[in-house]
Design a protein around this ligand. Sequence first.
Ligand SMILES: CSC[C@H]1O[C@H](OP(=O)(O)O)[C@H](O)[C@@H]1O
Length: 341
Amino acid sequence: MQDLIASSLKYQNNTLSVLDQYLLPHQQVWHECDDVASMRDLILSLKIRGAPLIGLGASLLVAHLAEQGTDKVALAQAIDDLEATRPTAVNLMHCMAKLRIALQQDDYVTAIVSAAVTLFNEDIALCESMANHGAALVSSGDNILTHCNTGALATAGIGTALGVIYKAQQRHGDIHVWVDETRPLLQGGRLTAFELERWQVPYTLICDNMAASLMAAGKVDKIFVGADRIAANGDFANKVGTYNLAVLAHFHNIPFYVVAPLTTLDVNTACGADIEIEQRNSAEVRGVSGSFGEALWAPTNANVYNPAFDVTPAKLITGWVLDTGVYDQQQVLVGELKRLV
Ligand SMILES: CSC[C@H]1O[C@H](OP(=O)(O)O)[C@H](O)[C@@H]1O
């Protein structure tokens, strides 16, 4: 398989490597991965994360195993095992479905490798398209609020919502970003801040509970977030805390956009209530850990509610920014999204 290089995932000299996003921004550690158990651990521990990226990482591993001579039965099991790691981000299921089709071909090794490479290169192009469509919605001087991390670290390209912000900054040169730190795993404070600094985009880091007062003070002009799964009716699941922002944006009449590639759209899921929300380990809420070590502040046995995502209803969304264009509520209401796939 050819070399494939992205910000936090690379296949180089027949070796698959993952940048440990749990240790960013203060440590940059790459992990080599050549088996399903390792990839499952990397995905479950969010060392590799981001809806598009986990699908691409899993796909490259299966392609690597195929080239190494793994038999069809073991490859089918690998696809099933990887698909079962995280239930919400549909990009993973999209990628695994493509590999299952490839596995049915006579020359399944070539077909799987070709599918994995295509998925990777397609994602780069999808990011560019989303960014161009989304950047057209940004005005000079905008203060944009974003949640979690949706940049190059989470995709093979420049990202989804953060790709829009990056492209808008290239065009205007005067935007500012409010970055939700995004508890409990701090993808915003650790990863989005890291990426915006790299891109020299002015930003201000805030705790998630500060967004409301910024909106009330008129300091937020637009909100752009990513998605893990968009249902057929336009409802979507995204990092927990996204719904909070959507309700606040609606109350304050602030445009609220979801940015995602078509691989995030799941027309087989009718509405947001049908999206399975990943429940994560209690320890993530009782304290925090990362490259700095760990801190435990809650009682050791504190009961915890820790959904990784929440669901935002279509009625709170101003626009859906996809690689195919921008869609408003009226278009989504009449089923425009379903016609895209
Ligand atoms: C372009 S990434 C989309 C999505 O994935 C993130 O979740 P996680 O960090 O748990 O993988 C977050 O919800 C992003 O908005």
